[in-house]
Design a protein around this ligand. Structure first.
Ligand code: KG4
Ligand code: ZN
Length: 300
C-alpha cells in the first residue's frame, strides 16, 4: 500500500507559508517518488497536536485530494508519527517497547503495548526538552533552533564544567522538569557577565550533559519498572549525538535494544506520518471528510 503523508504541525513556519508551499511540495514528493496521485492508495495527515492554523492547512489539502481522487483518508497523531519513525529503517522495534519522545513541544515516555495501543507513563511538568535547548541557546546568544547549535558549541566545552542541578520528583514519578535547569543557566549567565567563547562552550556542554542525564535516568528507570527490553528514542532532540550515545550505552550494557531513527527522521517529517497512517489504513480505519484538526489531540 502506498500512502501519501502530509505533516504541517510544525510551528516554526506560519500557516500562511504552509498554504503557499503545500501543493508544490506534494507535487515534488510525487515527482521524486516517480509517481502520480493515481499510484497512491491512501492519504495520511497529521490531525494534531500542534498549532491549529498550521494543522488546518494539511488537513484541508489532505481532504481535498482524498475527495477529488476518491482516496481513503486517515488522521494521524503527530506523536504516533514520531514513534513510527523508528519503523522506517533498519531494525524496527518489537512490541512492547518504551518510547522516549523528546521534541520542541513534547517530552514524554510512552509504553507501546501493541500497534496503536499506547500508555503515557511520564511527561514534562513544565518545558519540553527541545524548548529548554531553544531557550538556553537564546540566553547564550546562539540563535534558533537551539538544539543543533548547542550540540555544536558543546563539542569544545567541558560537560562537567558547571554543576547544574538535575530535577528530582519528590513523588518519585517518571516525570521530567526542565524549568529549574533553565533558571540555573540563566542565573549563571547573569552572574558571569560578558562570556568568552570558552565559557559559552562550557555552559552549553554542561547544560546538554544535564538534560541527557535527566532523560536517560528516567527512561532507564521506567524500562526497568515495566520490564521492557526494547527502547525507542525519537523526536527532534533525539537527533542529539550525546543523548543517542548515552542512552545507547545504558541500554547496551543491560542487553536491551535501542532503536533510534536516523537524524533526519527524528525531526518533524511526513514519512513518519505516512508510516503510522499506513498501518491505520491497513487496519481499515477511515476518516470522514468532516475530519478536523485538533490542537491538543492526546496520544494516550
Ligand atoms: O520534533 P521536532 O522537529 O518538532 C516538534 O515536534 O517540536 O523537534 C524540534 C526540537 C527543537 O526544539 C530543536 O531545538 C530540537 O528539537 N533539536 C535538537 C537537536 N536538533 C533539533 N535538540 C538537541 N540536539 C539536537 N541536535
Ligand atoms: Zn515533532
Amino acid at each position: 500500500m502506498i500512502v501519501l503523508g502530509i505533516e504541517t504541525s510544525c510551528d516554526e513556519l506560519a500557516s500562511r507559508r504552509h498554504l503557499e508551499v503545500i501543493l508544490p511540495v506534494i507535487r515534488r514528493a510525487l515527482e521524486t517518488a516517480g509517481m502520480g496521485l493515481d499510484d497512491v492508495d491512501g492519504i495520511a495527515v497529521t490531525q494534531g497536536p500542534g498549532l491549529v492554523g498550521s494543522l488546518l492547512v494539511g488537513c484541508s489539502a489532505a481532504k481535498a485530494v482524498a475527495y477529488a481522487r476518491h482516496k481513503p483518508l486517515v488522521g494521524v497523531n503527530h506523536l504516533e508519527g514520531h514513534l513510527y519513525a523508528a519503523f522506517l529503517e533498519g531494525h524496527p522495534p518489537v512490541y512492547p517497547f518504551l518510547a522516549l519522545v523528546v521534541s520542541g513541544g513534547h517530552t514524554a515516555l510512552y509504553l507501546a503495548r501493541k500497534q496503536g495501543r499506547y500508555e503515557r507513563i511520564g511527561q514534562t511538568r513544565d518545558d519540553a526538552a527541545g524548548e529548554a535547548f531553544d531557550k538556553v541557546a537564546k540566553l547564550l546568544g546562539l540563535g534558533y533552533p537551539g538544539g543543533p547549535v548547542i550540540e555544536h558549541v558543546a563539542r569544545s566545552g567541558n560537560p562537567k564544567g558547571i554543576p547544574f542541578p538535575t530535577a528530582q520528583m519528590s513523588d518519585g514519578a517518571p516525570d521530567f522538569s526542565f524549568s529549574g535547569l533553565k533558571t540555573a543557566v540563566s542565573l549563571h549567565v547573569k552572574r558571569a557577565g560578558a562570556l568568552s567563547t570558552a565559557q559559552i562552550a562550557d555552559i552549553a556542554a554542561s547544560f546538554q550533559a544535564t538534560v541527557v542525564k535527566m532523560l536517560v535516568r528516567k527512561t532507564v528507570k521506567a524500562a526497568l519498572r515495566a520490564g521492557i527490553r526494547h527502547v525507542v528514542l525519537t523526536g527532534g532532540v533525539a537527533a542529539n549525538a550525546a543523548l543517542r550515545a548515552a542512552l545507547e550505552a545504558e541500554c547496551g550494557g543491560r542487553g536491551w535494544q535501542l532503536h533510534v531513527p536516523s537524524r533526519r527522521l527524528c525531526t518533524d517529517n511526513a514519512a513518519m506520518i505516512a508510516a503510522a497512517g499506513h498501518d491505520r489504513l491497513e487496519a481499515g480505519e477511515r476518516a470522514p471528510l468532516t475530519m478536523n484538526a485538533i490542537a491538543d489531540l492526546a496520544l494516550a
